[in-house]
Design a binder for this molecule. Structure first.
Ligand code: NDP
Ligand code: 2IT
Length: 446
């Protein structure tokens, strides 16, 4: 294949989807060499079949707000690839959601899920509905209306959604309730469920914990650990909260957290008690991160959508959204002596910023490797549902830890360059790609 030509072709056929083009470009650029060692791949036009989703489901969702108005949103499910297992991936509810963003996420998910060692294909879904500012009753009605359509496309052996931005335990539970009502089946059709109805211990923690386990593995390669390190975290949602929890447990100092309005900088570090405050503020009251400085006045709040990347620290763990670290931010991080960047979010670093990190030879892990802990424990939730058993927290955490170590080993295996620098982007892409490619080749032209 000629990666440039494949990309140009996709851009022409699917215009106006910049995030999808960005994600494909990153993967193609790093797998081209390996791919071209296998002429049988090209004869089967594997690359186009791997870049273009198997199927895209789109639908209108109509729901009633508290004032009695009928509102419409778009709903989507992108089923990207099921060569190695049922379609699997989160659902995002956010005003910014569009098809291009979900295509990028479903594409990434395919390689990520392949890396987990578990049998899961790749998918992503969502809606341009944002739960922010909506009442509980409105969120419930929206989730129910969304499931009225989604029900046709999913099933425990077909496609198993979970959470993502704007979709947490509350939304998963409402969607599960409606799925159960419509099908009269109690099944593991969604993951991230409540513990009382088939959810797995450690699923809420899994993405954040997994990212820090991956970070530990990276730091070990340089004889370092999390203890005593200053850490910048973006976001204040599910991933950010449990990232902070694990960093604190390991003796690191969390300096920042954020939301889309701005970030807080706490020079004394966000400790366990302060994190409890943030969790209550965000999960119970659905408040804003700026309220932190009213509670802890020695901290500072930077508004107007400011990002934390210009503060001095040892480690950055972006955990909010895509393209939140641009070239300027990357240069500032490097100038301030950053040692490692490990992505909790999906594609938070722009291509130009990735180049800055790699040229500076810092430890840099892409989301599809570093944040794979979330979907891994989703996979373990599927196993437990099939067994009709629940494993202990220790058991799930032990397996999560082993999976993250395995992903790290695979990145080192496929990504080590001649000077010894580990290109984790290349390692993750090649390792993830090879398994899916072999499965597709074996299954014929379908
Ligand atoms: P949440 O909805 O729980 O939290 C998202 C956080 O990011 C919030 O603080 C939110 O702020 C902020 N945010 C969202 N959009 C933007 C934006 N456009 N600009 C700035 N800040 C923004 O989502 P998660 O924590 O679940 O997801 C965070 C990231 O992690 C996403 O990239 C997701 O794809 C990825 N991820 C999630 C996994 C999971 O299991 N949940 C697994 C693997 C990856 P605000 O409240 O202002 O919107
Ligand atoms: O991006 C992701 O990996 C997720 N949002 C989690 C997907 C899942 O199925 O648990």
């Amino acid at each position: 294949m000629d990666a440039k030509k494949v990309l140009e072709d996709l851009k022409r056929r699917f215009p106006g989807e910049p995030e999808y083009h960005q994600a494909v470009a990153e993967v193609l650029g790093t797998i081209e060499e390996e791919y071209n060692k296998h002429p049988e791949f090209d004869r089967a036009n594997l690359i186009e079949r791997l870049c273009i989703p198997d199927r895209i489901c789109q639908f209108r969702v109509t729901w009633q707000d508290d004032q009695g108005n009928y509102r419409t949103n778009m709903g989507y499910r992108v089923q990207h690839n099921n060569a190695i297992g049922p379609y699997k991936g989160g659902i995002r509810f956010h005003a910014s959601v569009n098809l291009g963003i979900l295509k990028f996420l479903a594409f990434e998910q395919t390689f990520k899920n392949s890396l987990t060692t578990l049998p899961m294909g790749g998918a992503k879904g969502g809606s341009d509905f944002s739960p922010r500012g909506k009442s509980n009753a409105e969120v419930m009605r929206f989730c129910q209306a969304f499931m009225l359509e989604l029900v046709r496309h999913i099933g425990p052996d077909m496609d198993v959604p979970a959470g993502d931005i704007g979709v947490g335990g509350r939304e998963v539970a409402y969607m599960f309730g409606m799925y159960k009502k419509l099908t009269r089946e109690f099944s593991g059709v969604l993951t991230g469920k409540g513990l009382e109805f088939g959810g797995s211990l450690i699923r809420p923690e899994a993405t954040g914990y997994g990212n820090v386990y991956f970070l530990q593995e990276m730091l070990k390669t340089r004889g370092q650990s999390v203890e005593g390190k200053k850490v910048l975290i973006s976001g204040a949602g599910n991933v950010a909260q449990y990232t902070a929890e694990k960093v604190i447990q390991l003796g690191g100092k969390v300096l920042t957290m954020s939301d889309s309005d701005g970030y807080i900088y706490d020079p004394d570090g966000i400790d366990r008690e302060k994190l409890d405050y943030i969790m209550e503020l965000k999960n119970l009251y659905r408040g804003r991160i700026r309220e932190y400085v009213e509670q802890y006045p020695t901290a500072q709040y930077h508004g107007d959508g400011a990002k934390p990347w210009f503060e001095k620290a040892d480690i950055a763990l972006p955990s909010a959204t895509q393209n939140e670290i641009n070239e300027d931010a990357a240069r500032a991080l490097v100038a301030n002596g950053i040692m490692a960047v490990s992505e909790g979010a999906n594609m938070p670093t722009t291509p130009e910023a990735i180049r800055v990190f790699q040229e500076a030879k810092i430890l840099y892990a892409p989301g599809k490797a570093a944040n794979a802990g979330g979907v891994s424990v989703s996979g373990l939730e599927m196993s437990q549902n099939s067994e009709r058993l629940s494993w202990t927290a220790e058991e799930v955490d032990r397996r999560l830890h082993a999976i993250m170590e395995n992903i790290h080993q695979n990145c080192v295996k496929y990504g080590t360059e001649s000077d010894g620098y580990v290109n984790y982007v290349k390692g993750a892409n090649v390792a993830g790609f090879m398994k899916v490619a072999k499965a597709m080749m074996a299954q014929g032209i379908v």
